[in-house]
Design a protein around this ligand. Structure first.
Ligand code: MN
Length: 291
């Protein structure tokens, strides 16, 4: 038996939690629920939103983590406290490192509702107060792995020998998967990564034991306890399949989350609120920008 490589199974399959709409969103699915910090480490939350004017997310702060937004349909306009602005269209990703603080808005644009997935990806204590940073990752510019009946868009990390040069502060793989009915792929991952696959369309079978999964489900990858260095996850489509795979190195630190701030301690959360109220979170950079 090869002890340096492990083919992963599926640890568990969850259904998304559908939330009613409010003044911000028409509808929200909670794909990865916050609060199960150890199980989902380093993923804090994943929300799938449908929103249209006058809804959306007006100016609000973040500190201590990254947001990774994949627009699935419509358009999302982004503005931030550093003077940055941009519009994401279908298939585009914005990788935002909030770090020590950003204040921004995310608003729908155009005639159709915006439909997006937003992941909250944690940062380790050593990087929570890092300088804010953005990466726009337009679908058309990201590398594509193609195989029989399979198209894998690599937004971070790699898939086989196709690699994205996205800056990731913790080692992370993000691959958007499209398979024709009957097609299958094997995605390689470091054995130390924790990860999941969110099924958006279709039906398929996953992992070494061909566990069935369908649209609206989240398949958490089995974690590797052995001394394996490399691993893979097998995905086979029974019908045309559209999914996103996220996997990353767990951080293993304490988490205190409150609203838009995710830190290690209560004291750091109180400091984040104090900084926000006194204008030292995000907006200090506007002053620097305008000078
Ligand atoms: Mn935000």
């Amino acid at each position: 038996m090869n002890t340096t490589h492990a083919s992963r199974g599926i640890a568990h399959v969850d259904d998304v939690i559908s939330m009613p709409g409010d003044e911000q969103v028409l509808r929200r699915n909670i794909v990865v629920a916050p609060g199960n910090w150890t199980d989902s480490d380093p993923f804090l939350m994943l929300a799938e939103d449908w929103f249209q004017p006058p809804g959306g997310f007006e100016m609000h702060p973040h500190r201590g983590f990254e947001t990774v937004t994949l627009v699935l349909d419509g358009a999302v306009e982004h503005r931030d406290s550093r003077g940055g602005t941009g519009v994401l269209g279908p298939g585009d990703v914005q990788w935002m490192t909030a770090g020590r603080g950003i204040v921004h808005s995310e608003l729908p644009r155009g005639g159709t509702p915006a439909h997006s997935l937003q992941l909250w990806l944690n940062l380790p204590a050593s990087l929570k107060m890092t300088e804010p940073h953005y990466q726009d990752l337009p679908a058309a510019e990201m590398p594509l792995r193609e195989a029989a009946g399979a198209r894998l868009r690599v937004f971070a990390g790699s898939s086989d020998d196709v690699r994205a040069d996205t800056r990731t502060l913790i080692p992370t793989t993000m691959v958007e998967i499209r398979l024709d009915a009957g097609a299958s792929i094997t995605q390689d991952l470091p054995a130390s990564y924790n990860g999941f696959i969110y099924m958006m369309e279709g039906e398929g079978r996953f992992g070494a034991e061909e566990i069935p999964g369908r649209a609206g489900q989240v398949l958490w990858l089995e974690r590797i306890a052995s001394d394996a260095k490399t691993s893979d996850i097998h995905v086979a489509a029974d019908t045309p399949l559209h999914a996103v795979l996220w996997a990353a190195e767990p951080i293993g630190e304490s988490i205190v989350a409150y609203g838009p701030f995710v830190m290690n301690t209560e004291k750091e959360i109180r400091q984040a609120f104090a900084d926000y109220r006194s204008g030292r979170l995000g907006w200090d950079q506007v002053a620097a920008f305008e000078e």
